[in-house]
Design a protein around this ligand. Structure first.
Ligand code: UTP
Length: 297
């Protein structure tokens, strides 16, 4: 019988250098899209998919993240005294059941694969999800939920994927695909950030995975890969080479790369426009802006 996926790892130990100087003191995952930090979108998506154990791989300087998911008794008392029911309700989404959330430290940023490996003892011998909070995905059915449903059919490893322009392969893990059946694509191999000339396809890995514990075992022995980091892609590739069943899911939804400045701005505009309380005025404001960089002249 296929095991249910109940645990998710959130690797949040990266340096976030693309957002310096902001990330000198603010964890990237706490940066806000409209009024919620990136990590809140990731947690909501995991909850919707039935995840009940949340494992954060953090690093020095990320204590704001831990505080975010803690109770704030003084603030709550003040809001209650003032009768601010809507704000109390907004805080409720940040509450986690005691014991549902665990924090593990990655002492040095040695790569995504290493960050996932740091959580190995908490994962144990069952399939687990990995969510990168800087990949924000807007979808009618949350991406991880689509994946959990697909995984109930496929088992093995399942990776979220999307098609990218040919010239962009060097920025992604790229999949060597078999014959697709609907949105599911068998994966016969993966390459981290290949040059377009040698990329096996234009199907790119996005920051959502459901993995078997064998991938953790592979992480024990793989060496540093692209960029001098321990790559999760390499550990999955090793698993595929050993015959592990692995699929990619072309999920339904729009992915925003909030790890980059351009992607974060795009997400801010899209999420702002989608908000019923802000969207109409915001759209009017955007329409009123001078076009094609005239504002900068
Ligand atoms: P990125 O490649 O975006 O790196 O990591 P980064 O450090 O966050 O950001 P830049 O490139 O310096 O701007 C992808 C995900 O993997 C995590 C990050 O926190 C992010 O969620 N990560 C990366 C770790 O947890 N540990 C690492 O050693 C590297």
């Amino acid at each position: 019988m296929k095991q249910r996926v109940t645990k998710a790892i959130f690797p949040v130990a990266g340096l976030g250098t693309r957002f310096l100087p902001a990330t000198k003191s603010i964890p990237k995952e706490i940066m806000t899209l409209v009024d919620r930090p990136l990590i809140q979108y990731a947690i909501d998506e995991a909850r919707a998919a039935g995840i009940s154990e949340f494992i954060f791989v953090t690093s020095r300087g990320k204590s704001a993240l831990e505080d975010y998911f803690d109770r704030a008794p003084q603030l709550e008392a003040e809001l209650r005294r003032k009768g601010k029911k809507d704000l109390l309700e907004a805080l409720r989404t940040t509450e986690m059941v005691s014991g549902a959330i665990a924090y593990i430290r990655q002492q040095r940023p040695r790569g995504l694969g290493h960050a996932v490996w740091c959580a190995r003892r908490l994962v144990g011998n069952e399939p687990f999800a990995v969510i990168l909070p800087d990949d924000v995905i807007a979808a009618d059915k949350p991406c991880l939920q689509q994946m959990v449903e697909a995984h109930a059919e496929t088992g093995g490893n399942l990776i979220a994927a999307m098609d990218v322009p040919p010239q962009a392969t060097g920025a992604y893990g790229i999949i060597d695909p078999g014959d697709a059946v609907g949105r599911l694509v068998p994966v016969t191999g993966m390459v981290e950030k290949p040059d377009p000339a040698v990329a096996p396809s234009t199907l790119a890995v996005v920051g959502r995975y459901i993995l078997t514990p064998d991938v953790l075992r592979n992480l024990n022995r793989i060496k540093t890969g692209a960029g001098g980091e321990i790559q999760l892609t390499d550990a999955i590739s090793a698993d595929i080479a050993e015959g592990a069943r692995t699929h990619a899911l072309r999920f339904e939804g729009q992915r925003y790369d909030c790890g980059s400045k351009a992607g974060f701005l795009e997400a801010t505009v899209a999420f702002g426009l989608a908000r019923p309380d802000l969207g109409p005025d915001f759209a009017r404001f955007l329409d009123s802006l001078p076009r094609h960089g005239a504002a900068a002249e």
